[in-house]
Design a protein around this ligand. Structure first.
Ligand code: ADE
Length: 252
């Protein structure tokens, strides 16, 4: 998968060199290209923002540098074989659709994502309208809070997408049981996990996990998942298909 990020803070994206995403890059599974938006400005001050029409606080990102940057990046997908490849444009914004595991799965199927994280009050709307005529555009919010810019959202979205790419996680099974994975245990959150030593500061391991009884372990995990979801995310239980819950759940 190819990922391009256009930003006025390229150094903000340095964590993309680390850990899972960094390793995927080193292995050639991810081709990440970070660009400085100011490279597409032409004035002495490298201006990327201006005052909003209609008044109001803050500044708005000017359309011209974004247009030049995105045109050049899109053109780079044309390798002359007559079948220009087009990216999917992802615009992080608190006004976007909610980023979910299902959306991560959808984005992980795209061969090429271009991220356009904004600073200030956002990007001049005409940029999004212009590229929506040529590309699939996803305006995405990572949560109901306002960040100082979209770069942190790019890191979040990239990590959630990258770990779904074939071969990126060590164990192909490891995201099967993720909280929020489609088809995960009735969309419950994952329960607690334990490892060695068997006793730490006087605290032991739930007996059932030492029993070697797979059926009982599965039942226990399910019950813990249900308990944790009820406590931390009762909204998920309410939205749950009742058929996905079983007799045990209803008694908990
Ligand atoms: N930019 C600022 N806040 C954001 C949010 N919650 N999600 C995505 N991008 C953002």
């Amino acid at each position: 998968m190819r990922l391009d990020v256009v930003t006025i803070f390229p150094e903000y994206l340095e964590p993309l060199n680390v850990s899972l995403v960094g390793k995927a890059r080193a292995r050639g599974q991810l081709d990440v290209r970070v660009h400085d938006l100011r490279d597409w400005t032409h004035d002495r001050h490298n201006t990327v923002d201006d005052t909003p029409y209609g008044g109001g606080p803050g500044m708005v990102m000017k359309p011209e540098p974004w247009g030049e940057a995105l045109d050049q990046i899109i053109e780079s997908g044309d390798d002359g074989d007559g079948a220009a490849k087009l990216p999917t444009l992802v615009v992080p914004t608190p006004s976007g659709r909610q980023f979910t595991q299902a959306l991560a799965v959808e984005l992980a199927e795209r061969p090429w994502l271009v991220f356009a994280p904004a600073r200030y009050e956002g990007i001049d709307r005409r940029v999004i309208d212009e590229y929506a005529e040529r590309l699939d555009v996803y305006e995405v919010s990572i949560g109901d809070y306002v960040l100082a810019g979209g770069e942190a959202a790019v890191l979040v979205i990239t990590e959630a997408v990258a770990r779904l790419l074939p071969g990126v996680l060590g164990n192909a099974e490891s995201h099967r049981d993720d909280s929020f994975a489609p088809g995960a245990m009735a969309d419950l959150l994952e329960g607690p996990v334990y490892t060695k030593p068997p006793e730490w500061r006087g605290r032991g391991i739930p007996e059932v996990l030492l029993s070697g009884h797979h059926g009982k372990v599965a039942r226990w995990r399910r019950d813990e998942a249900f308990r944790r979801t009820s406590r931390n995310r009762p909204d998920l239980i309410e939205r749950c298909d009742p058929a996905a819950l079983d007799k045990h759940d209803r008694k908990l």
